[in-house]
Design a protein around this ligand. Structure first.
Ligand SMILES: O=C(NO)[C@@H](O)[C@H](O)[C@@H](O)C(=O)[O-]
Ligand SMILES: [Mg+2]
Length: 382
């Protein structure tokens, strides 16, 4: 099955998610956003798809890297294609990003799954067809009735538990929110949520990512009193030694790295350095599904869990194939937004959750996205 073409369709769709000046998403007025659908087509007509921000898979990236490496290759030689692209990153002047690599690799997996008429998670190992989800909140805000006070976090947490979630992760306040960063406010939000949901719900925090060692230590010690399940990204992840120091000084599990580059290579060094108790990797951030699987397998070899970063089909593809991931990150959630409403370009969401907080993995071929092709065609902008 030879790859014949790699194409990108950019289309517009309505959204109520806006980004702040640090890239964190919050609810906002409805606006039209743009999305790119990356399509890989094989010579027998089979197609594979992934969705990406248009700038990540812009024409320069597709023409300069994707088409040169993929076209003419056997689509089943996915690892060889991935290695060839990954090696080109060094000489790409930072134009071939981990995220671009992730999205083309995901489309390749989707193509393979569609060709074999099997879900990717089953192709990769088929460990499970259901997974418990944790509710991952948006970052805090200053919206009255949103996530602007500890009590509003507590009230939202109660609603999430009523919806079925058995675990909740708080993204707390970060600049540009006026009073952030604020370790004491982070702790107050965590305490309010623990008070509201009781002792049987797993709680985690993912707060301001640039605290000092002493600020992170203070928060961590307070979280230990609140029996939090993990402490995520409280400092700059480029400083692995800071995380090793923090992990040494706290009993609460430290999880990471999430946003650090270096794919599965950097995560091996984190394990060796004792910089985390739980590994983390996302299929959009470490170069795709296979590198995420490599991180999960590395973690398993050291008796560690690997909690997959982010929601979506690619995350589910990995989680369905491995044992050592306890949760699916379902989010990001906010009181003002209904997560269960699919985006206009999808007929249904890929991660439906029942009243017990269990997400059933997609049973369709490939990554299992229920794509509304007619909508995309009617809303194509380039
Ligand atoms: O941290 C995350 N998940 O754990 C990300 O999904 C979110 O994007 C969060 O970091 C953020 O909004 O920056
Ligand atoms: Mg995170």
């Amino acid at each position: 099955m030879k790859i014949e073409s790699v194409n990108v369709t950019v289309f517009q769709y309505p959204t109520r998610r806006v980004s702040d000046t640090a890239g964190h998403s919050h609810p906002g007025p409805e606006s039209m956003a743009k999305m790119a659908m990356l399509t890989i087509t094989a010579d027998d007509g089979t197609k594979g798809y992934s969705f990406a921000p248009p700038e990540v898979v812009r024409p320069f990236v597709v023409n300069t890297f994707f088409r040169k490496v993929l076209v003419g290759q056997d689509a089943f030689n996915r690892e060889r294609i991935w290695q060839d692209l990954a090696h080109w990153q060094r000489g790409s002047a930072h134009q071939l990003t981990e995220r671009a690599l992730s999205f083309v690799e995901q489309a390749l997996w989707d193509l393979i799954g569609r060709k074999l008429n099997m879900p990717v998670w089953k192709l990769l190992g088929g460990f499970r067809d259901k997974v418990p989800a944790y509710g991952s909140t948006m970052c805090g805000d200053d919206l009255p009735g949103g996530l602007s006070t500890p009590d509003e976090y507590a009230s939202f947490a109660e609603k999430l538990v009523a919806r079925g979630y058995k675990a909740i992760k708080l993204h707390t306040w970060m600049p540009p929110v006026s009073f952030a960063p604020n370790p004491k406010m982070d702790v107050k939000a965590c305490a309010a949520v623990r008070e509201a949901v009781g002792p049987d719900i797993d709680l985690m925090i993912d707060g301001y990512h640039w605290y000092s060692r002493t600020e992170a230590l203070y928060i961590g010690k307070e979280l230990e009193k609140l029996d939090f399940a993990w402490f995520e990204e409280p400092m700059e992840e480029e400083s692995m030694s800071s995380y090793a120091w923090l992990a040494e000084n706290l009993s609460i599990p430290i999880i990471g790295p999430e946003s650090l580059g270096g794919k599965h290579h950097s995560r091996a060094d984190w394990v060796k350095a004792g910089a985390c108790d739980i590994l983390r990797a996302g299929a959009n951030g470490v170069g795709g599904i296979s590198p995420t699987l490599k991180v999960a397998n590395l973690a398993e070899s050291f008796g560690m869990d690997c909690e997959v970063h982010g929601n979506g089909a690619a995350s589910l593809a990995v989680i369905g194939a491995i044992k050592n991931c306890r949760w699916y990150e379902r989010g990001l959630l906010h009181p003002f937004l209904d997560y269960d409403v699919p985006a206009a370009y999808l007929n249904s969401i890929v991660d439906p959750m029942d009243e017990n907080g269990i997400v059933s993995l997609p049973t369709g071929p490939g990554l299992g996205e229920d794509i509304n092709f007619a909508y995309i065609e009617n809303n194509t902008v380039s």
